[in-house]
Design a protein around this ligand. Structure first.
Ligand SMILES: [Mn+2]
Length: 414
């Protein structure tokens, strides 16, 4: 045995007095988040889960005699099993009648539109992709010690009827849909769609309030030039959003901008309008907490509400291949999730998750990341008690006319 190996084996021998002595002190586990979260889970309660399981038996009938778990129905209803079912986001109730969205704390609405894409199309399938993989999730988060099912209400209103070949008509439809949800008091959570929807989404909220709105925008791209390829493409939402009198450009904070894909046209506008750009390396130098603090300070300065826009391509493209404009060097997933949750902790009046393009995705990892951003934001809102805090600022609610109830679906039983 070579000498070095002998020494090493001797130093690790159990007879070595130093080791047992060092291990005699039991670590203080109560200092760990892992310990605290384990205790906190006990206080969440499980009433809604009990109710859902009873509902599932009513809707899906009692299971076979041979099944010992009597909460399992014959037809899959609700959360379980994760591989089955007709997917809404997080298997939330489908608000097929959109007049019902006001009964829920938050409403997910899909915006399947990729007519604003200047490179790869495919985000029209974003809402479906995100909904599909969201079925993998439970509404409970161990580290946050929250259970969305027990602590908030959520519905999925389905998709906005966009017009594939017409950006402007699609914008009108999107603004209208978002205004409807915002006016109901429910928090609008939009799943894109390419980033051109940022403008009509913010407009939808801005149209039903006299108050001012700041924006926190996570992206690699500045997206603030007036036009691209002669139209209001996905590189332009913030030019048009900050043209609205109650959406000041000085309250637009853009985090993660950089790389080789920022058109110089956008930089000129950002400079003229004095938006606030925190680059990826700024974030890296300052750290996550400081970045959140700075973003919130600027975005909330003199406004009443803050909107969150999260472009999935802000995350390094190695983690999110299914997107329209992939760029390396972006956020690591843990950074992105911490930043989004940190910004949401002060409250938001709406959010959008854009640029998930399932046709380019691998193993649904991009859609999964998109799902995660949304549920982490919802978790943070619940955890901080800020969910619904924006409601009192919706002081110009709109009412959209709806059709007379004289029709019915082909599938309605007679
Ligand atoms: Mn982008």
């Amino acid at each position: 045995m070579p000498r070095s190996m002998r020494e090493r084996s001797r130093s690790h021998h159990p007879a070595d007095a130093r080791i047992p002595e060092r291990r005699a002190h039991h670590p203080d586990l109560t200092k760990l988040g892992g310990w605290r979260a384990m205790q906190d889970e006990a206080s969440i309660g499980g009433k809604r889960w009990d109710e859902e399981r009873r509902w599932a038996l009513r809707m899906g009938l009692h299971g076979a005699e041979s099944i010992e778990d009597k909460s399992i129905p014959t037809f899959a209803r609700g959360e379980l099993p994760h591989y089955a079912g007709i997917n809404t986001f997080l298997k939330a109730p489908y608000a097929e009648d959109v007049l019902e969205v006001g009964h829920y704390d938050a409403t997910v609405l899909g915006i399947p539109f990729d007519g604003g894409t200047t490179y790869r199309a495919g985000t029209r399938f974003g809402p479906q992709g995100v909904r599909k993989i969201s079925a993998l999730y439970t509404p409970y988060n161990y580290e946050m010690a929250i259970d969305l099912r027990e602590q908030m209400t959520l519905c999925d209103a389905g998709d906005v009827f966009t017009i594939p070949a017409n950006i402007e008509k699609s914008f009108d439809q999107i603004s209208r849909a978002v205004s409807h949800v915002a006016s109901s008091g429910s928090l609008p959570v939009m799943i894109g769609g390419d980033h051109s929807i940022g403008y009509p989404c913010v407009k939808g909220i801005a149209d039903c309030t006299s108050k001012k709105i700041g924006i926190v925008h996570f992206d690699r791209h500045a997206d603030i030039q007036e036009k691209d390829l002669d139209e209001r493409m996905h590189t332009t939402p913030w030019f048009h959003a900050t043209n609205m009198p109650n959406v000041p450009a000085k309250n637009l904070v853009q985090i993660g901008i950089g790389g080789w894909q920022v058109p110089r046209d956008a930089v000129k506008v950002a400079r003229e309008r004095e938006t606030n750009i925190i680059t990826m390396s700024d974030m890296e130098k300052m750290g996550i907490d400081k970045t959140i603090e700075m973003a919130l300070e600027i975005a909330w300065d003199g406004v009443d509400m803050v909107y969150m826009s999260f472009d999935i391509d802000s995350i390094d493209c190695g983690f999110v291949p299914g997107t329209g404009w992939p760029e390396p060097g972006g956020f690591l997933p843990r950074e992105a999730l911490a930043l989004a949750a940190g910004v949401a902790a002060e409250g938001i009046c709406g959010m959008e998750l854009v640029e998930v393009a399932p046709p380019y995705d691998q193993s649904e990892i991009t859609a999964l990341m998109g799902t995660r951003v949304i549920v982490d934001v919802l978790g943070s809102l619940v955890s901080s008690g800020k969910l619904g805090a924006h409601k009192r600022h919706i002081d110009k609610p709109v009412t959209l006319p709806h059709g007379e109830f004289e029709g019915k679906r082909w599938s309605n039983a007679t």
